[in-house]
Design a protein around this ligand. Sequence first.
Ligand SMILES: NC(=O)c1ccc[n+]([C@@H]2O[C@H](COP(=O)([O-])OP(=O)(O)OC[C@H]3O[C@@H](n4cnc5c(N)ncnc54)[C@H](OP(=O)(O)O)[C@@H]3O)[C@@H](O)[C@H]2O)c1
Length: 366
Amino acid sequence: MRLGQSAFSGASAAESEVLMNSSKLRVGILGASGYAGGELLRLLLGHQSVEVVLAASPSGEGRPIAEHHPALRGLTKLPLSPVPQTVADWPELDCLFLCLPHGASRDLVPKLPLGPKIIDLGGDFRLTDAESFAKYYGTQPADRDWQKRFVYGLPETTGAGAVSTAQFVANPGCFATTVILALAPLVRSALIDDRVIVDAKTGSTGSGAKPSATTQHATRVNSMYAYKSFSHQHLPEIRQALAQLSPGWGEGLVFQAHSTPLVRGIFASIYCQLKPSVGAATVAAAFKSAYAESAFIRLVDGSPNVNWSRGSNFVDIGWVCEGRELSVFAALDNLGKGAAGQAVQNMNLMFSLPETTGLWQAGGVP
Ligand SMILES: NC(=O)c1ccc[n+]([C@@H]2O[C@H](COP(=O)([O-])OP(=O)(O)OC[C@H]3O[C@@H](n4cnc5c(N)ncnc54)[C@H](OP(=O)(O)O)[C@@H]3O)[C@@H](O)[C@H]2O)c1
């Protein structure tokens, strides 16, 4: 029996050992023609413990995946398949990644054959509060019983243990990952007031492969603009995650997203006020202690740079204090730690593989 066939259970150590010794994980990707799906393919085709057996999307007609992602030419003969329509059409899988538009996973997951572990890169199962989901996503939330089966997959705050025993993982959003990781040590240790201003910027791949009036190249290059003021869908996700570290925290958090003329990358400047008597040494100690065991978080002096993490699973976090004023800066690759890299990190944990397998590489700079 493959690991994935024991629905709702984690891998036992014995199962994992058998798996690692005898066979590779059989993995599928839905939404493989898109940006997140393409980045997952890039990472998984180089992953020593994985065999990608399904790459599918609605436009899949069986032609080579390299026709959709030319950078993968020579690395795989896998076709881009149509999405399987009946249970019998599904290949045997240990793990299935969903890289679909909002709402598609909500409708699909309950119909999938039980067995494979599922990692959803979209937002459909991230929010525990149904009203909040409806308000910020503008669509019906997922069935609550299904939502409860999903573990929020940010190992650095959720805990690697929770992810490693999950059958279903809701992979965090890209902005949400950036902001939660930048604030978690400060919130957990009660070092800052609840009033926090987040000024976050993203590159164009954050909007997916299909161009629209506001996301196409001509609109975004040489330009910068704010969008979704007070209404970005990652705001409730950030509040939810931080309130789990410190109950009630987050109502005073303002989040503003901006489009910048980058292709990949998120950069957040976060303005906080330290509680009286908290100084720079306490802030530094909180970050160092929180992330001492976190392979993908790098603490830097002052400001990080999106170039340092581009193409990698690293998050770079720096900060500057002046009296009670604290500015925290965080940078990551929206397709890396913000999406596909984080999904692979979660898969590694779910199958008892070393967390860094297939991810231990620097980005390409410049
Ligand atoms: N881009 C990022 O930086 C990023 C970061 C974190 C999370 N995410 C999340 O990841 C998901 C995918 O994002 P993306 O940027 O990769 O989008 P994308 O480039 O637009 O790709 C979307 C993919 O979904 C497929 N698709 C469309 N409608 C579908 C349906 N009804 N059923 C099944 N497949 C369908 C598309 O296939 P066709 O090409 O055949 O239409 C395509 O393969 C989204 O939920 C997004 O929020 C993205």
